[in-house]
Design a protein around this ligand. Structure first.
Ligand SMILES: [Fe+2]
Length: 393
């Protein structure tokens, strides 16, 4: 059924394929930029990925104004302010983010401070608080999961006050996303598996949340098919360029889907597992997804049944009796989790991901205040959350 009203906005130019990185200097030129700062982390430098990015500038007349390679795993207020200083000192005029979620979120945070001309980023926390055109931002993801290259969200950690600050604005959308499979070839199997399950969760939640719409459905289902065919392959054979490229596409599609609908309770509980027990986001997604689906089952069995086609393929969809399809969709995700666990050791229980039984209550409490709870198709009480966490333990 068509919703009464929805919006879909995805203005990010996507340059995708082997050697897509070579287009970055030209894209900067089109954006009138001459001195970009590169924001990345030590892991990217160590894996030789920054080198590949820099090689793309060999024949160009663009000057790299500065390189910041100390981004921590959780983007922080201090890091944002440090980078702003470096950006200004080196008279940069644009930003290239190279990395997973943290360098990308950090780059969006830096962009807010520079573009708004205000050193206190906290003023811009929340929805639609930005007023100035942002500096050109080009994003080069090095994982296939977050979808941050096409989302309007940034989360920056205020470590001193122990607050995760969310920023949401269409202005935060990057100008260009570069999907170059060379950037994910060296990603370890466990991280490939977990980030891939994050992408799958984006797609499943986008397809089933209260703000689902026909456009986000199209991106979500296409992403799920690509993940079915390629995630295990990319985990098993990291150097499989085709599988890596397909996963990069899937992750970006799933990002565009949830950026234009929403996520749901898997993300609310997962954020809390991250905050209280430091469970990496992708691991929390993989573990919680089937359990939250079971909870939502009676409300949206129809949508889960539809998803079996993309999760399991045409043959299995047709061979599964209509009334069993939704249940089979959940089982298919559990089987994928099991497969990824066998291939990479990716945890599939909260107790194996570092959660202690004594933390369940505070995880539940924290998750109740998470914005991702609101668009979940079925309301959750704190008792429901505790039950889900215990089942996933
Ligand atoms: Fe996610």
């Amino acid at each position: 059924m068509l919703p009464k009203y929805y919006e879909f906005f995805n203005p990010v130019k996507i340059n995708a394929g082997v050697e897509a990185l070579e287009t970055v200097p030209y894209e900067l030129k089109l954006l009138n930029a001459k001195r970009p700062i590169i924001i990345t982390d030590r892991g990217i430098v160590g894996a030789g990925l920054l080198e590949i990015v820099l090689t793309g500038f060999d024949d160009s007349d663009i000057t790299i104004g500065a390189i910041y390679d100390q981004t921590p795993p959780d983007s922080s207020l201090k890091t944002v302010n440090d980078i702003v200083k470096i950006y200004n000192e080196n008279k940069c005029d644009s930003i290239i983010a190279v990395g997973g979620g943290s360098p990308i979120d950090t780059a969006k945070g830096v962009n807010i401070v520079i573009s708004e001309g205000d050193s206190d980023i906290r003023k811009f926390m929340g929805v639609d608080r930005l007023s100035k055109e942002q500096k050109p931002l080009i994003v080069v993801p090095t994982t296939s999961g977050t979808g941050s290259e096409v989302t309007l969200v940034a989360v920056i950690n205020d470590v001193e006050n122990n607050v995760k600050m969310p920023f949401t604005s269409n202005m935060l959308l990057p100008k260009v996303a570069i999907l170059d499979p060379r950037m994910t070839l060296s990603l370890p199997p466990r991280i490939t598996a977990a980030t891939g399950m994050d992408a799958l969760t984006h797609a499943v939640e986008a397809y089933t949340c209260l703000q689902k719409n026909p456009m986000s459905d199209a991106y979500a289902t296409a992403a799920i098919s690509l993940i079915r065919k390629n995630l295990a392959k990319a985990v098993k054979t990291g150097k499989d360029v085709k599988a890596r490229f397909a996963m990069a596409n899937a992750s970006t599609m799933a990002g565009a889907a949830f950026s234009n609908s929403m996520v749901g309770a898997v993300h609310a509980l997962g954020h809390a597992c991250g905050a209280i027990a430091h469970v990496p986001h992708g691991n929390a997604m993989a573990i919680l997804l089937p359990h939250v689906m079971r909870f939502n089952f009676d409300k949206i069995e129809k949508y889960y049944a539809e998803l079996l086609l993309y999760l399991a393929g045409e043959e299995e969809y047709l061979n599964t009796p209509k009334k069993s399809r939704a249940k089979r969709a959940i089982e298919t995700i559990e089987l994928l989790n099991q497969k990824l666990n066998n291939l990479s050791g990716m945890p599939i229980k909260l107790s194996d991901a570092g959660v202690k039984k004594s933390q369940i209550d505070s995880i539940a409490k924290t998750s109740m205040n998470d914005g991702s709870m609101l668009p979940n198709p079925k309301d959750l009480t704190i008792e429901d959350v505790i039950k889900i966490l215990e089942a996933a333990f």
